[in-house]
Design a protein around this ligand. Structure first.
Ligand code: SF4
Length: 370
């Protein structure tokens, strides 16, 4: 096991709840923001570790609802409390509507070196259905402005599955390539329980793509982006060479991570724990509400499946050494079946999913391996 740790900071505030969103995020709660930052910093200071922080990730919610002073105070708390890598990746998720020139300059000078912009789409019709607050030109201008100010590591989120035509998806991908950014996270729309989208789907006012259409789009997106300089390095993620999200890779490679804030989860030395989902409880001082120690077998299986998500897959020798196991023996026929079916490839001592065609059915494969 290595001596690194990855820090996640959850900012649960949003300007407005999106109709498809099932994340722990709250609108119209800004009056509690200062108190939230106080509690967050207190939680950061209360955690001690000798490990070195390799990345800091501000996720949400909408971290760009914070003002620069808030962000600086959180980063200062992290720097004062932990030993930090010489060159940490510091990612900040941002809503395009926040990314005005002055705000971007502040983020840059505070030390944010990776922006993850919630673009979601370059089609106004789709942005409207998604209930987003920006339109396509505002989104595009935010990206251009961020580049002009000096951000050299920009990721965009894109959602698909709203019954788009292939030419609409192609239009969006072309935009991504022309904007010359470094990373794309793609999200297949999933209509979650309790969301506004669930109601709309039931009353017939929302049309979403069916499974076959989703699969076609997935393969098309993978083909398009990989033909245009991106590597399909994880099931839903694409990056130019050297721009894989260091932070997210920590989850897939089974490294230790520590989350702070409402609903944040952590995984340290084989123990998983999560904070309360309730903003009210967090503000009153409550943090961890769930803790579990994984059994050795569960830990091995979880790590194996997480590593299979990436295109590098699993190096059998290293994996066996790391977990004192024999992974092929542990899975026996269950794994061999997927190898024989060419869904998992075994090559030069590595196991990995057989490209986008296997990635698209990865949930079914993983459900038998977990
Ligand atoms: S901005 Fe993101 S976290 Fe906030 S409501 Fe919309 S989808 Fe959810």
């Amino acid at each position: 096991m290595n001596n690194d740790i990855y820090i996640y900071i959850h900012i649960p505030y949003c300007y407005k709840k999106c109709p498809y969103c099932a994340f722990v995020s709250f609108e119209k709660q800004f009056s509690t923001l200062d108190l939230y930052i106080n509690k967050l910093i207190k939680e950061i200071k209360s955690f001690k570790t000798a490990k070195t922080v390799k990345s800091i990730y501000f996720g949400g919610g909408t971290p760009s609802t914070l003002n620069p002073k808030h962000i600086e105070s959180i980063i200062n708390a992290v720097y004062l409390n932990f030993s930090i890598d010489k060159n940490p990746e510091i990612t900040f998720e941002a809503n395009p509507i926040s990314l005005k020139e002055q705000y971007l300059k502040s983020l840059n000078s505070i030390g944010i070196n990776r922006l993850s912009i919630g673009i979601q789409s370059f089609l106004n019709k789709k942005l409207k259905t998604l209930g987003r607050l920006h339109d396509s030109s505002l989104g595009e201008n935010a990206i251009l402005k961020a580049k002009e100010i000096g951000f050299e590591n920009i990721s965009l989120d894109l959602i698909y599955g709203l019954y788009e035509s292939k030419s609409e998806i192609e239009y969006e991908l072309k935009k991504v390539c022309l904007l010359d950014i470094q990373h794309v996270s793609t999200y297949m729309l999933s209509v979650e329980k309790g969301t506004e989208f669930e109601k709309r789907l039931k009353n017939g006012s929302l049309r979403v793509s069916n499974d076959d259409e989703m699969a076609d789009m997935y393969l098309f997106i993978s083909e398009y982006l990989t033909s245009n300089g991106f590597e399909h390095y994880e099931i839903s993620n694409f990056a130019k060479y050297g721009f894989e999200s260091r932070h997210n890779c920590s989850y897939w490679l089974g490294y230790d991570y520590r989350g702070f804030g409402v609903s944040a989860s952590s995984f340290i030395d084989g123990i998983r724990f999560s904070n309360t989902d309730s903003l009210k409880d967090y503000l009153s001082g409550k943090t961890v509400v769930f803790k579990e120690k994984l059994s050795k077998e569960d830990r091995i299986k979880e790590a194996f499946v997480l590593m299979l998500r990436t295109n590098k897959g699993v190096n059998i020798k290293e994996f066996d050494k790391m977990f004192y196991t024999d992974i092929k023996k542990l899975y026996g026929n269950t794994l061999q079946k997927f190898i024989d079916a060419n869904l998992i490839i075994e090559k030069n001592g590595n196991l990995f999913l057989n490209g986008a065609k296997s990635m698209i059915i990865s949930n079914a494969i993983f459900s038998e391996l977990i």
